[in-house]
Each structure stands twice: as structure tokens, then as C-alpha cells.
Design a protein around this ligand. Structure first.
Ligand code: SPV
Ligand code: MN
Length: 620
């Protein structure tokens, strides 16, 4: 049957107006596969958007809360994070992606997902909506179409992405768009996905289409978020730009100067909190496109909202987020603790932990245990909130700038208890890409399913999202900066360094000082101490910054503990990374050269100065 006979006349007119036959056939095909009982097509109008918002509540996918505009959603108890095991790149026979990228034979994968999706929307309404990745009408724009049966997913996308109907209209039949097909599948009475064992997220590069079934958790379902990243990384690799798992922010320097940086951190390692540091300007907290425009590297936030981790947010440390989460305005909470009076609570929220409530495990009370005897926390550690950035008081004026912002620096940070210093600048672009970005490791967190606290390799914090071989991705990064007129400076940060007793060596707020140091280094204001691994701050500069920025007395002993070069740990790290890359294909020769050089430098320093080298000792 043709699309005209499958949707209402009003909705058909919306599609017809876009004059894109590929889009028409795509929608028509999936009505046939998914077999919904009705179809709703949103043309991004205020009334269509409102319909989605209202339906999410009407159907019980979201519950209205006490505060105006707030709603809460729950994912199934076993559906609380990205499912790495069942997220696969569909790869044609013989294509190489390497062991760290989960793949499945394309023909088999398509067969499986089509069989799972066959009739999966029976009895449900199918929503078709249009968004744009990156600012609209810009070199960054990628139009997208999302099919889903989850009003919660569609509602999230309204807050997180720029509406795209106009962009489709503008690009007409030449639009090269991404396609997302999602179904939460059969639902339990509590409106969570029932068939979790058939949860699948399959990414088909050939058709630039992602399929997601039997899941609701945002990272598995919100097409334009992590699903689009795989498509965009693939496209970017062919076209010579980058899609990074990065925040974009403006750091304020002296006399109001704003310097833009991007930053990559694995999930739950401080990316959102860095982008939201008070006094600085946020452009984005998760995903950036980097393009060269007239020889200059510029970045744009792919999104316009935040799907942030809520754990730990309190009025003192995160006042901007706290304000948004406790005042009227559009907010979707997911997997927090819902209280009887329509308010919510999460781990780290101000005040006492409530006695009881309702959470991702159902009715919850203090001390409740799961079937394995583990205590269930009031909210899931990966519980999240969705808000639009436009409502934040710290949002930068350039959020929607079609040209993005110039990138002065790139920051890489992981969860590292024993190796890297809190902040360090790489010698140059290539050294930084290799020793900071490509060597990024992080101790695992709750953002993906699996064991926490294990050190894992995560180049550029982008490993989970790569759809090209790691080696090729690293080479693309090297070439991208080399060809720029003035490559950004590269920095490594580590908010999680501990002493021998396992205590953190820094406070959360110290990161603001590292950012201010970074800003000054980018603008050539300060000199630094050379180490075998890069440049670290001078004590006198940090002392001053701690005083000015945080009103804190910063002692020589603190500096010494934080910035002591842990030589053996650093040598081990280089060896681990070399070993990983030696197993991969397409790795640029420079990577091995730079890492071997770094190891030699460390060994030489060790011979002269020992295993732990104070930052007060100059190493020539
Ligand atoms: C992350 O885990 O990196 C996130 C949340 O930003 S998710 O949408 O799950 O990817
Ligand atoms: Mn992320």
C-alpha cells in the first residue's frame, strides 16, 4: 500500500511537502514492517510537539510531578544503561573493524532485526519526527528522521535536538539524512520494556539506518544521541571531519576573554560537571562535530539539550543544575526515586535519604535488596535528567551559531586513580592525540552494563561509538589537526587521582583551576614545567589561581603530592597502550614512535631521579 493510504491526509501532506521520495519510501516501508495501529507525523509545529508531550503522560510512559513541567520515567530494572553486548555494527562480509568493536554479519543482523521488528508496533501508535544534528542551515547540519513507538523517546528528542522539518524542507530531495527505527517492544503493566532478552541495537552504515528494539534507556533508544554517532563517525571519516564524544565550553579569561575548548571524558567521569562549571559558558556536554572552516578548527554541539547524570547533584556543588531541577520548567527525570507527594530524590540530593518511594525496582524502601542480595540504592547510579540548554543561565550565545566556535584547546580526561597528574599539556597536536587521546583509559562506571572499577582502554572516550577501525580513527584525528592553520593545544586532566591510602588528592571544585590554567596556556600567558609526559603547571601559578578562583590556600605539599611524576605507573601505561595498538590494524606508525619515545624519556628520568619525581625537580 502506498503511504498516502497509510496515514491521514493531514499527515501525508506534511510528508509530501518535503519532496523527498527516499523519505517517503522509508516511512512507507516501516509502516509495513512495524504494523502500528496508527501513525502520527510531526512537522515540528508547536501543536505536534505538544501532542507528543501530552501523550507521554497520558499513556503512562511519564508521570507528572509536583513541579510544573516535570515528569518522571522508568526504564526496566535490567535496562538502565547502554547495552554494549547487544549493540552491533552490521558489517558486510570481510570488512575489518577490529576486536574492540562489536560487529555482526550484515545479512544475518538485518534478518534478525526485521524478524524482531515484524509487527512489533501492533496496537501502538507510530511517531515519525524530524530533527537536525548540529545547528540548522549550517555546514554541520545533518537532517534525521526518527520512527519510534515511545513518546518518552520522542519527548526526549524534542528537548535534546533542534527540530528538523524545516531543514528537510531546505535540503529537499538532496537531503542525505540519518534514519532511526525504534520500538520499546511489548510493555509490562509498569510501561517498561518486557522482552529485554531480545534487546537489540543494530547499526547499518550502508543505509545510514539504526534499529533499536525492546529497550527504553536513552543511550539505547534516542536515535540522535549515541546511535547517530556511529553513523556520523563513519560519514566523517569519509569526508574529513570529526565526530567526538566531547563537551564544548567557553572558559573566561582575564578581562572577559572567552576561549573555547572541547573535552572528551568517558561516561561518569565529570564531562557534564566540567561543562557546567559556574562562571563559565556551556555550549554542549556530550557530542561535538569538529570541522575545519577556512583552515580553522571549529566545533558545534550536535545537540541542544542535556541528558545528564543526576547522581551527586546538590545545591552547593552544582547550583545551576540544581536550580533547573527544582524549579518549574520542562524536565524529564529517569530512574530517580519518586516520592508520594510528587517530588523526586536521587543519590547525593540535599537532605536525608527518604524512607520509601518508587524507583526502577518498583516500590522501594531503605535497605531493599535485589535478588542477589545487593542493596538497591534510592536511584540508579546512571539515573538521568533531560533538559533543554536554552533555559540555562550559563548557556553561551554561540550555541546555535551555524559556524560553531573556534577550538583553542582539546581536553582528554579519564578516571585514573594512580597514574596521571591532575592537569598536563601535551607537547603538540600529534603528541597530544597519541599520548592523551589515543591512550585514554578509564576505570569503568555505571553508565554501561557490567562490572565497575576495572581499568579499560577508551581512546578519545569514543571507543563505544566507533564504526571504523580504531587505527583509522586515530589517523583521522592526527591528520585533522595537522592540516589546520593553528591546531588547538591538547591537555590531559585527571579528577580522580588518589594517594596511597586511596583518598582523592583533589576536591571536585579544583577542576575550575585546571580550566583557568588551560585557558591561560592557550593564550600564551604562562610558562610550564617540562616533564617526560608533557608540561605541568608551575606551583606559583597554581597558588595564585587557587587563591583568585577558589579563595583557597594551595600548599606546596598539595602541589607536590598531586603533580609528582609516578614514573613506573606511567611506564606501565605506555606499555599497556603499545600492546593494545600492536594488536590492531591501520595504526599510524607515528603512534608507536611517539609512545616509544615517551617510554624512553620516562626510563631516562627514572635512572636519574627515581620512581617518584617531585614537580619541584626540573628534568632536562
Ligand atoms: C554516556 O554514557 O556517555 C552518555 C549517556 O552520555 S548515554 O546516552 O547513555 O550514552
Ligand atoms: Mn556520553
Amino acid at each position: 500500500m502506498s503511504l498516502k493510504n497509510l496515514v491521514s491526509a493531514r499527515d501525508f501532506a506534511k510528508i509530501e511537502k518535503l519532496k523527498n521520495s527516499e523519505l517517503e519510501s522509508f516511512i512507507e516501508k516501516f509502516i509495513g514492517v512495524l504494523k502500528p495501529s496508527s501513525v502520527f507525523i510531526s512537522d515540528s509545529s508547536a501543536s505536534d510537539i505538544d501532542y507528543i508531550r501530552k501523550k507521554a503522560v497520558e499513556l503512562g510512559e511519564e508521570k507528572k510531578l509536583k513541579i510544573e513541567g516535570h515528569t518522571a520515567h522508568f526504564d526496566n530494572y535490567s535496562d538502565q544503561a547502554r547495552d554494549k553486548a547487544n549493540t552491533k555494527i552490521l558489517s558486510p562480509k570481510g570488512a575489518y573493524l577490529g576486536a574492540s568493536i562489536n560487529t555482526k554479519d550484515r545479512d544475518e543482523g538485518l534478518k534478525e532485526i526485521y524478524s524482531i521488528m515484524d509487527g512489533i508496533m501492533k496496537g501502538k501508535e507510530m511517531i515519525v519526527s524530524f530533527y537536525c544534528l548540529g545547528p540548522v542551515n549550517s555546514p554541520f547540519s545533518i537532517p534525521c528522521v526518527q520512527i519510534t513507538d515511545s513518546f518518552y523517546v520522542a519527548h526526549n528528542e524534542i528537548l535534546l535536538y533542534r527540530q528538523g522539518y524545516e531543514e528537510f524542507l531546505r535540503q529537499g530531495s538532496s537531503a542525505k539524512f540519518f534514519k532511526f527505527v525504534h520500538s520499546a517492544g511489548e510493555l509490562l503493566p509498569d510501561m517498561t520494556s518486557k522482552n529485554i532478552e531480545h534487546r537489540r541495537i543494530y547499526i547499518d552504515m550502508e543505509e545510514e539506518t539504526v534499529y533499536s528494539a525492546n529497550t527504553q534507556y536513552g543511550g539505547n533508544t534516542i536515535g540522535l544521541k549515541k546511535l547517530a554517532m556511529r553513523l556520523a563517525i563513519h560519514r566523517a571519516s569519509r569526508e574529513g571531519w570529526l565526530n567526538e564524544h566531547m563537551l564544548v565550553m567557553g572558559i573566561t579569561g582575564d578581562s572577559g576573554r572567552v576561549t573555547y575548548v572541547t573535552g572528551a571524558f568517558p561516561s561518569l567521569c565529570g564531562k557534564t560537571s566540567t561543562s557546567m562549571i559556574e562562571g563559565e559558558k556551556i555550549i554542549g556536554d556530550d557530542i561535538a562535530y569538529l570541522r575545519k572552516i577556512n583552515g580553522e578548527i571549529r566545533a558545534a554541539n550536535v545537540e541542544k539539550g542535556m541528558f545528564g547524570i543526576i547522581q551527586g547533584i546538590n545545591s552547593k556543588d552544582d547550583s545551576i543544575q540544581w536550580d533547573v531541577l527544582t524549579n518549574p520548567g520542562e524536565v524529564i527525570f529517569s530512574n530517580v526515586l519518586l516520592l508520594r507527594d510528587g517530588s523526586v530524590f536521587w543519590i547525593g540530593h540535599n537532605g536525608e535519604i527518604p524512607q520509601e518511594g518508587f524507583n526502577h525496582s518498583g516500590r522501594w524502601f531503605r535497605g531493599k535488596k535485589d535478588s542477589a542480595g545487593r542493596e538497591i540504592p534510592p536511584s540508579h547510579p546512571n539515573a538521568r535528567f533531560t533538559v533543554s540548554l536554552d533555559g540555562l543561565k550559563n548557556v553561551d550565545d554561540n550555541l546555535h551559531n551555524p559556524e560553531g566556535v573556534p577550538v583553542g584547546g582539546v581536553i582528554y580526561g579519564g578516571r585514573d586513580s594512580d597514574t596521571s597528574v591532575p592537569v598536563e599539556e601535551a607537547f603538540d597536536w600529534v603528541h597530544g592525540i597519541i599520548t592523551k587521546g589515543a591512550s585514554l583509559e578509564s576505570e569503568t562506571t555505571a553508565a554501561t552494563l557490567g562490572k565497575e572499577g576495572v581499568r579499560s582502554f577508551n581512546p578519545m572516550s569514543n571507543l563505544d561509538f566507533l564504526s571504523i577501525p580504531v587505527g583509522r580513527y586515530i589517523r583521522n584525528n592526527i591528520l585533522f589537526g595537522q592540516a589546520a592553520d593553528k591546531p588547538p593545544k591538547i591537555f590531559g586532566v585527571n579528577y580522580f587521582l588518589k594517594d596511597k591510602n586511596g583518598s582523592f588528592l583533589n576536591e571536585r571544585r579544583d577542576k575550575k583551576v585546571w580550566l583557568k590554567w588551560i585557558e591561560k596556556r592557550i593564550n600564551g600567558e604562562l610558562d610550564a614545567v617540562p616533564r617526560p609526559t608533557g608540561f605541568i603547571p608551575r606551583y606559583k601559578d597554581l597558588k595564585k589561581l587557587f587563591e583568585v578562583v577558589l579563595g583557597k590556600v594551595y600548599g606546596e605539599d598539595e602541589y607536590e603530592k598531586q603533580f609528582t611524576l609516578r614514573v613506573n605507573e606511567n611506564i606501565s601505561k605506555v606499555e599497556r597502550i603499545l600492546e593494545i595498538y600492536s594488536q590492531l590494524r591501520e595504526v599510524p606508525a607515528e603512534l608507536f614512535e611517539v609512545l616509544k619515545q615517551q617510554k624512553d624519556n620516562l626510563i631516562r628520568a627514572k635512572l636519574s631521579f627515581g620512581d617518584y619525581i617531585s614537580p619541584f625537580i626540573e628534568i632536562s
